[in-house]
Design a protein around this ligand. Structure first.
Ligand code: DGY
Length: 331
């Protein structure tokens, strides 16, 4: 391929050096190793002459943006979630959209567990208290949390990550309920030891509820005041999916009043802004959207995103194409 015809690619956020090197082998690359945040106008301006884009969950890809990017053939996201990409608009514009499933499943399930346990056992709050030099003596009633072992785990969203969370629960002798758009095969249910129930039953019976489902406008605030009222006052709610699934003000009210035991949150409605009420609550463990954040997994995600990008720019079908109904633009 001669230099003059090499496809032009935008990388919207900083990537590891090996990824930049790999992309530079095949493409004219506009990188962002300073990791500046582009607003919609800046993104549009940078995409105007590009053939491909390597994006992340913070980049909104919609019809307006695509109208100003006439050469764009692929938007490859370094994320499993794709609620930031308007797939319908991509298909209509002839732009392939791709994501990075599978490679982050186990790492994200680990974080789900870490957060669930941190919330139940007040790990982050107790550590903060200790670091502040407030630990004077041991006391019988100090930092009392909720048991995880032998408790009932309720998983909402039983895809790859939900199932990986369920597999870990067996080591803690937990009983497992799940709710999902579609029921799993009986053989998988038996292997996981998980029982399918409706959402109301799950919320009423589970001691630990974990949200692991993709966000879509239909499930916006699927956990609000009414759902929280169904839960046990000792229950813990963990969200590693998307902030918009939970009505955060209702959650804060439930945690403040003791209506809910504890919460573990990795994602937020307006992230990176976190509601001040949440920051002040003692019974919530908070992490900054780090579900897939290990060096190995983030590297694997970026490599898979580059595989997707390269395939699309070669005129092939990328391994993780999200919109197979796309009308391809001439390669
Ligand atoms: C994902 O992969 O979807 C993570 O939430 C990062 O955006």
């Amino acid at each position: 391929m001669s230099t003059s015809v090499r496809p032009r690619v935008l990388i919207t956020r900083a990537v590891f050096p090996e990824h930049l090197e790999r992309l530079r082998e095949g493409f004219e690359v506009e990188s962002n190793q300073e990791d500046l945040s582009f607003d919609a106008a800046q993104l549009a301006q940078r995409l105007a002459d590009k053939d491909g884009a390597l994006v992340t969950g913070g980049d909104r890809i919609n019809a307006d943006l695509l109208r100003g990017a006439p050469h764009l053939k692929v938007v490859s996201s370094i994320s499993v979630g794709f609620n930031h990409i308007d797939l319908h608009a991509c298909s209509a514009a002839g732009v392939m959209a791709t994501n990075t499933p599978d490679v982050l499943t186990e790492t994200t399930a680990d974080l789900g567990w870490a957060l669930m346990m941190a919330a139940a056992r007040q790990v982050t709050q107790a550590e903060r208290w200790l670091r502040e030099g407030r630990w004077q003596r041991w006391a019988l009633d100090q930092w009392l949390g909720f048991d995880v072992h032998h408790a009932c785990l309720g998983i909402i969203g039983m895809g790859r990550i939900g199932q990986a969370i369920a597999r870990r629960a067996r080591g803690f002798s937990m009983s497992i309920l799940y709710h999902n758009r579609s029921r799993l095969d009986a053989a998988i249910e038996a292997e996981l030891g998980a029982r399918y129930v409706d959402k109301k039953t799950l919320l009423e019976q589970a001691d630990h509820v974990v949200l692991v489902l993709p966000y879509a406008p239909e499930n916006h605030h699927m956990i609000g005041a009414a759902e929280l009222a169904l839960m046990k006052p000792s229950a813990c709610l963990t969200n590693i999916a998307r902030g918009g699934l939970i009505d955060e003000s209702a959650l804060c009210a439930a945690l403040q009043s003791g209506r809910l035991g504890a919460a573990g949150l990795d994602v937020y409605e307006g992230e990176p802004h976190v509601a001040p009420e949440l920051l002040e609550l003692p019974n919530v463990a908070l992490t900054p959207h780090i579900g897939s954040a290990t060096r190995a997994t983030r590297a694997a995600m970026a490599h898979l995103a580059i595989d997707n990008l390269c395939a699309a720019l070669k005129g092939e079908i990328p391994p993780c194409l999200l919109n197979p109904d796309v009308r391809g633009r001439a390669a």
